[in-house]
Design a protein around this ligand. Structure first.
Ligand code: NDP
Length: 634
C-alpha cells in the first residue's frame, strides 16, 4: 500500500510533463466572482476564464469542495473587516488536488491533497492557481468535507480552548450557539481532550433530538436558554461552575451565560449572531473579577508563527483522521447550483451549503460507456488506436458516437470483456465495490445487508460478495414479480432474500447467518429501519443513492453504529489514477470470469433515446430492464 502515493505521483508527473510540453493547452476555470459589495444573490456572478500560466512559486489546484461560511457572506456584503480588492473571487477555505507546480515549488507534488490556509484566496472555482505558501498538504485519507472546512471552525474551536484558560486541567467550559458549526467543533474537541462542557441552544420542537445529537458528539450537558436560567446543576454540584465561556450570540443570552461563570472566569466572544451587543454588569468586573476577550482567527493567523500554525493544523488533522472530529452537517451542492448554497446561507435556518465543482451546462449527458480508440494526440502515451476503453471519470458525456477525452479519463479493458459489462462498468459495479471495501473490512463468512437489492448496484453487491465469500441478506419490495426476482437474486449468489414485511418479522436474526456488520441503504424509511434493527452492534450503515440524508434520530437510536455516506463522484474526485485502475482491473477480471454480470438490459439506438427515457422514468421497483445505447445498431 505504501507504494500507492509514490506511483500516483509518478503517473501524475508524467501527465504533468506531457501537459507542459503541450504548452498551448488553454485551461479554463469556472468561478464565481463579484464586482461590487451587496446582496450575494445579486452581486455574485458565474464566469469562465482561462487559467494564467503558472508562476515559479505557484501551484495549479483542481478544487474538490469549498464551504459557504457566515464570513464569506459577510465579506461579499462588504460587512467583514478584511481588505478585498474588487473584482474578487469569494471563498475562504477549501480542498483540492494539485495538478501542476511551478518550477521552484518544493514540498508539494502533483496528486497531493491540499487545503487553502489563508483567507481571501478565492476558493469558489474549480481550477485555481494559488501561491505555494497559502497551501498545505493534508493526508489523502482526510475526508473531503473535513479538509474543506478545516481552517475556520475547527481551528477557532481549538484556539479558544487553548489560548485563554488551562481548561484541559479539569476546568469546565460553557458555550452558546452550541449547535453551530463552530459549537459542534468545541464539543468534539472537549470530548477528545476530556473537558466537561455545558452547551446552550435555542429551544425548538425537536429539542430532545438535538440534545441527543450533541450528547453523541460529546456534550456533557445541553440546556436551552430557558433551562439555563433555572438550572440547578451547579447548586446540586453535578458539575463545577464553568471557568471559560465561549460566546457567539451576544445579548441576553451572553448575559445569562456569564452569570454562571466561576470567579475570575473568562468570556471569549467570537461571533454576534443575535446582533445584540454584549452587556456586562459592573459587578462582574468588581466582585467576580471576570475578564472579557475577543477572538478572531484571521488576526491570530497574522500574529502566529509557523510552528504554532503547524502544530494546530497537525493536531486538528489527527483528530479528524482518528474520527474524533467530524465535518459539519452539510449539503453538497453542485457548483452550477451555487445560488442554492448562497440562498441557504442567507436564510434564517443558517448555512448548510457547501459548493462542489462539477461541470456546467451545456453538457453531453451519459456517465459511463465503452468505446474503441480511433485516434490519439501526438503526446498521448498510455493508449493506442484500436484499444477498447471505458471512461474512468464521471460526467464526461457518453451519449454520442465520437467523443474526445483526456487519456487519464479512459481505462483500457480486455477485449474479452463482454460489451454490456463494459458499458455498465463504471457506476453500479464500482459503487458496490467501494461500499463493500471502504467502510469496514468485511471478512469472508461475515454478512452484509442491503435494500433495493434488485437494482443494478444491489445485483453487483450480491455478485461481488459471492466472489469474496461474503454473505448477503437482501431486502426487496413485495410485488407481483417477487418470486422471479427472488430466484434471480438467489441465482446471482444472494444468501437470503426477504420482502420488507418478511424482514420486519425477523425479530431476532434467526437464520444460520451471522448478524450483518455492514448495511447498504439506498431507500430510507421502513427499508432503512429494518436494516438498523438487524445490524450487528457497532456495525456500519452506508447511505447512498436516494437515501443520502441521514436522519439524526436514527443515529441516536443506534448510537453504537457508524453512519456514513457514499457518493461515487466524491470518491472519483479524490481517487488517484492507480486506485481507480486497481478497482477497475479487479472488477473486469471478475466480469471476464463470468463472476459479475451486467444487469439485464435492452439495447436502444441513440436516435430513439426518448424510448429509453420514458421507460426509465416510469421504471418500477421491479423493472429489470436497463437501457443501453448501442452505437453499433444500424
Ligand atoms: P452557524 O451558522 O453554524 O451557527 C450559528 C449558531 O448560532 C447556531 O447554533 C444558531 O442556533 C445560533 N444562533 C443564531 N442566531 C441566534 C440567536 N439570535 N440567538 C441564539 N442563538 C443564535 O455559524 P458558525 O458556528 O460557523 O459561526 C458562528 C458565529 O461565529 C458567526 O457569527 C461566525 O461569523 C463566527 N465565527 C467567528 C470566528 C472568529 O474567528 N471570530 C470563526 C468562526 C466563526 P440555531 O441552531 O438555533 O439556529
Amino acid at each position: 500500500m505504501a507504494l500507492l502515493p509514490h506511483s500516483r505521483n509518478l503517473l501524475s508527473s508524467i501527465i504533468t510533463s506531457a501537459n507542459r510540453m503541450i504548452g498551448m493547452r488553454t485551461l479554463m476555470s469556472k468561478q464565481l466572482v463579484y464586482n461590487e459589495f451587496g446582496d450575494p444573490l445579486n452581486v455574485v456572478k458565474f464566469r469562465e476564464c482561462s487559467v494564467p500560466p503558472l508562476g515559479s512559486q505557484e501551484v495549479l489546484v483542481r478544487m474538490l469542495a469549498a464551504p459557504v461560511n457566515p464570513a464569506d457572506i459577510n465579506t461579499i456584503q462588504g460587512k467583514y473587516p478584511v481588505k478585498v480588492n474588487l473584482p474578487s473571487i469569494p471563498g475562504n477555505e477549501g480542498v483540492g488536488i494539485v495538478e501542476d507546480i511551478g518550477k521552484e515549488v518544493k514540498g508539494v507534488c502533483p496528486g497531493n491533497k491540499v487545503i487553502v490556509t489563508k483567507s481571501v484566496q478565492g476558493t469558489w472555482r474549480n481550477i485555481a492557481v494559488f501561491k505555494k505558501e497559502v497551501l498545505r498538504v493534508v493526508p489523502d485519507e482526510l475526508g473531503v468535507v473535513e479538509a474543506a472546512t478545516l481552517t475556520v471552525n475547527p481551528c477557532t474551536a481549538y484556539r479558544m480552548l487553548t489560548d485563554f484558560m488551562p481548561v484541559r486541567d479539569g476546568l469546565v467550559v460553557i458555550q452558546n450557539g452550541a449547535n453551530g458549526a463552530c459549537g459542534q467543533n468545541v464539543i468534539q474537541i472537549c470530548k477528545a481532550w476530556g473537558i466537561k462542557n455545558i452547551n446552550i441552544v435555542r429551544n425548538r420542537p425537536d429539542i430532545s433530538e438535538l440534545k441527543k445529537y450533541l450528547e453523541c458528539l460529546g456534550a456533557t450537558y445541553v440546556l436551552t436558554e430557558e433551562e439555563l436560567r433555572t438550572t440547578n446543576i451547579f447548586k446540586e454540584k453535578k458539575i463545577a461552575k464553568p471557568s471559560l465561556a465561549l460566546n457567539c450570540v451576544g445579548g441576553k443570552n451572553a448575559l445569562e451565560v456569564m452569570r454562571h461563570l466561576q470567579h475570575s472566569g473568562k468570556m471569549v466572544t467570537y461571533g454576534g449572531m443575535s446582533r445584540e451587543p454584549v452587556t456586562i454588569p459592573t459587578s462582574s468586573f468588581i466582585f467576580k473579577n471576570l475578564s472579557f476577550h475577543g477572538f478572531w482567527m484571521t488576526a491570530w493567523h497574522e500574529k502566529a508563527n509557523q510552528t504554532e500554525k503547524d502544530k494546530m493544523i497537525n493536531d486538528v488533522v489527527q483528530l479528524m483522521c482518528e474520527n474524533k472530529l467530524k465535518g459539519p452537517v452539510h449539503k453538497m451542492v453542485k457548483f452550477d447550483n451555487y445560488e442554492e448554497a448562497l440562498g441557504n446561507a442567507l436564510s434564517s435556518k443558517g448555512f448548510t451549503g457547501k459548493g462542489v465543482t462539477l461541470p456546467c451546462l451545456p453538457a453531453v449527458p451519459g456517465d459511463e460507456g465503452v468505446g474503441e480508440i480511433v485516434e490519439i494526440g501526438s503526446l498521448v502515451c498510455t493508449v493506442e488506436p484500436g484499444e477498447r476503453v471505458v471512461l474512468s471519470s464521471r460526467l464526461l458525456g457518453t451519449w454520442r458516437y465520437y467523443g474526445v477525452y483526456h487519456e487519464r479519463d479512459v481505462h483500457i479493458v480486455s477485449p474479452n470483456l463482454p460489451l454490456p459489462e463494459a458499458a455498465m462498468l463504471s457506476i453500479a459495479p464500482c459503487t458496490a465495490y467501494r461500499m463493500i471495501k471502504d467502510f469496514l473490512q468485511v471478512k469472508p463468512g461475515e454478512t452484509i445487508i442491503q435494500n433495493a437489492a434488485n437494482s443494478p448496484c444491489g445485483q453487483c453487491v450480491i455478485q461481488l460478495c459471492k466472489a469474496w465469500g461474503i454473505n448477503t441478506v437482501n431486502i426487496v419490495a413485495n410485488h407481483c414479480g417477487y418470486e422471479t426476482v427472488r430466484n434471480c437474486l438467489l441465482d446471482l449468489g444472494a444468501t437470503a432474500v426477504y420482502t420488507l414485511e418478511e424482514a420486519e418479522e425477523l425479530a431476532v436474526f434467526d437464520t444460520s447467518l451471522t448478524r450483518p456488520v455492514l448495511a447498504l441503504n439506498c431507500l430510507g424509511g421502513r427499508y432503512e429501519d429494518v436494516m438498523l434493527k438487524l445490524l450487528e452492534r457497532d456495525g456500519v450503515i452506508v447511505y447512498y443513492g436516494c437515501a443520502f440524508a441521514m436522519p439524526l434520530v436514527k443515529q441516536f437510536l443506534r448510537c453504537d453504529a457508524t453512519f456514513c455516506r457514499f457518493h461515487l463522484s466524491d470518491w472519483d474526485a479524490q481517487a488517484s489514477c492507480v486506485e481507480k485502475d486497481i478497482m477497475l482491473n479487479d472488477i473486469v477480471q471478475l466480469m471476464v470470469l463470468g463472476k459479475v454480470k451486467a444487469p439485464v438490459y435492452e439495447a436502444v439506438e441513440l436516435k430513439n433515446y426518448t424510448q429509453a427515457f420514458r421507460n426509465t422514468v416510469h421504471c418500477e421497483a421491479f423493472s429489470n430492464v436497463n437501457y443501453v445505447f448501442d452505437f453499433t445498431l444500424p
